[in-house]
Design a protein around this ligand. Structure first.
Ligand code: HH2
Length: 284
């Protein structure tokens, strides 16, 4: 990846970099309720640093299909105390805030967040302005609609071409707000307005998204396409997650977003080592 500054760290080279997921929510699909308490979330973030995460992503609202929206006040109440506590302890990793709300992004950036992870790809121009003003990088994720209605909008002719096109539009929204392309990371949005076959095809053809010229982040962790293929329940999806992480990294993903940091880090590093193995023909 071309050098990208996130907080005090510069991310460069092929990675793979591991973003650890911490949901400070009562209802996230896989870790809901486990880190709803600020101290539990802080402890989890400290643990993730020990396990080799490169950054952590804090979320205060579940975006699982059909989830209910929460108010900005509630999201701030969940996320900001965790940021403040981590900052007070001199936490070493950059912290990303997983939000689509202007007020939440503003409060989180003030409390020390170094990256905005927007699952709606800057659909709200006011959020684009906040990101531009703060001068922080942003993850532009692909989805359609809202978590409440996104699955009914999972209709594609060529899913990879359409996702690429819509990510290009997100890049254009960022540029229009004054966010340079160099501060963006792109994400195909596994499971967001995607049926299982769409998520699988995006992973299979991920290499095609490299033509967009930006680092790719992929978040397959414990998602329902794994259950669809294997029948595994959410709590049993670590092996499937690791296979998807390896596939994503082999296809050129620079960053993966996961709940299980130590395990995913090992899988990602092996996939990267295979990707970089001498003599391998570039099929990517
Ligand atoms: N997936 C989720 C949330 N945020 N952000 C990016 N950039 N990419 C993703 O794939 C992604 C994301 C959903 O997973 P999770 O946070 O575990 O669940 P929930 O939305 O229920 O909190």
């Amino acid at each position: 990846m071309t050098p990208l500054r996130i907080g005090t760290r510069v991310f460069e080279g092929p990675g793979p970099f591991v973003m650890g997921v911490i949901n400070v929510t009562p209802d996230s699909f896989s870790d809901g309720g486990r880190y709803a308490d600020a101290q539990a979330a802080v402890d989890r973030a400290l643990r993730m640093a020990e396990e080799g995460a490169d950054l952590v992503d804090l979320g205060g609202e579940s975006t699982r299909p059909g989830s209910a929206a929460v108010s900005a006040e509630e999201e701030i109440r969940r996320v900001v105390p965790v940021l403040e506590r981590l900052r007070a302890r001199g936490y070493v990793l950059p912290i990303s805030v997983d939000t689509s709300k202007v007020e939440v992004a503003r409060a989180a950036l003030r409390a020390g967040a170094a990256l905005v992870n927007d699952v709606r790809g800057l659909a709200d121009p006011r959020l684009a302005e906040v990101v531009a003003e703060a001068g922080v990088p942003v993850v532009l994720m692909h989805m359609r609609g809202t978590p409440a209605d996104m699955q009914s909008r999972a209709v594609y002719g060529d899913v990879v071409a359409e996702v690429a096109d819509e990510l290009r539009q997100a890049l254009a929204r960022a540029a229009a707000a004054g966010i340079p392309a160099e501060r963006t990371i792109l994400d195909p949005g596994i499971g967001f307005a995607k049926r299982p076959e769409h998520s699988l095809e995006l992973l299979a053809r991920l290499g095609e998204l490299r033509a967009l010229g930006r680092p790719l982040l992929v978040g397959p962790s414990r998602k329902s396409f794994i259950g669809h293929v294997t029948g595994a329940s959410v709590g049993e999806r670590l092996p499937g997650t690791l296979a998807a992480v390896a596939a994503a990294v082999l296809a050129g993903a620079e960053m993966v977003r996961v709940h299980d940091v130590a395990e995913a880090r090992q899988a990602a590093r092996i996939a990267a080592a295979i990707r970089e193995a001498p003599g391998r023909r570039n099929s990517g």
